[in-house]
Write a protein that binds this ligand. Structure first.
Ligand SMILES: [Zn+2]
Length: 215
């Protein structure tokens, strides 16, 4: 019996299981990744594994918008959007994840602040509060309202999917007390996107229209 083969089989299965956890990756793709890595030279794989292990050391999460960003030498706690004085602090866009923020930022059609909710609310879910940053969002809004003399507008920018819709109404309900108290306008971007559209894959024109048609 070839023991090395058994060990190799184990590691293939282990890595396959890890890749299967990546967003949008199924069993077959996961296996293809593993075989791809096997075809590379050792230096390639060592470089990859060192990049992965340094990721958490060199990246931090912004204390205001919860976006991940590269730590600079000053070890700042806020990202370049939250510290940029040219960003319009009267608008707060709430997105599901980092990649959504990055695609809106890249499109240059929006120049306000962001907040990353950290997920969507599944339609059947009892433990919602543990899945998304709803309490952090309330704190953030309270903090903005205290520091901004102008009227605040909130844009909910979730994918136009049943889960996105559900999250939209969940967040609206949770924020009702605050939005009524401070007379905050709240709109949804989803209506300007076509059904099933993922924010992160939207092009500039789609985003521009969605922003214009928000309701
Ligand atoms: Zn930030």
């Amino acid at each position: 019996m070839n023991f090395n083969k058994i060990i190799n089989m184990d590691i293939i299965d282990k890595l396959t299981e890890i890749f299967k956890e990546f967003p949008g990756i199924g069993e077959r793709q996961a296996k293809r990744f593993v075989y791809f890595l096997m075809s590379r030279n050792p230096a390639y794989n060592e470089n990859l594994s060192s990049l992965i292990s340094n990721l958490k050391k060199e990246v931090t999460q912004c204390k205001e918008c919860f976006r991940f960003f590269i730590l600079n030498s000053k070890k700042e706690k806020l990202c370049d959007i939250c510290t940029n004085i040219n960003v319009n602090s009267d608008i707060l866009m709430i997105v599901e994840k980092d990649s959504d923020l990055e695609s809106v930022k890249k499109s240059r059609v929006y120049n306000g602040k962001y907040f990353i909710l950290g997920g969507l609310v599944p339609i059947i879910e009892k433990n919602t509060k543990n899945r998304i940053r709803i309490e952090e969002l309330k704190d953030r809004i309270n903090c903005i309202v205290k520091n901004t003399p102008k009227k605040l507008e909130i844009i909910l920018a979730f994918s136009l999917s049943p889960q996105g819709d559900h999250t939209d109404s969940y967040v609206r309900t949770e924020l009702r007390d605050i939005t009524e108290k401070f007379n905050i306008t709240i709109s949804s971007l989803g209506k300007g996107l076509s059904t099933g559209t993922e924010l992160e894959y939207s092009d500039n024109d789609t985003l521009k229209n969605a922003l214009k048609n928000r309701q």
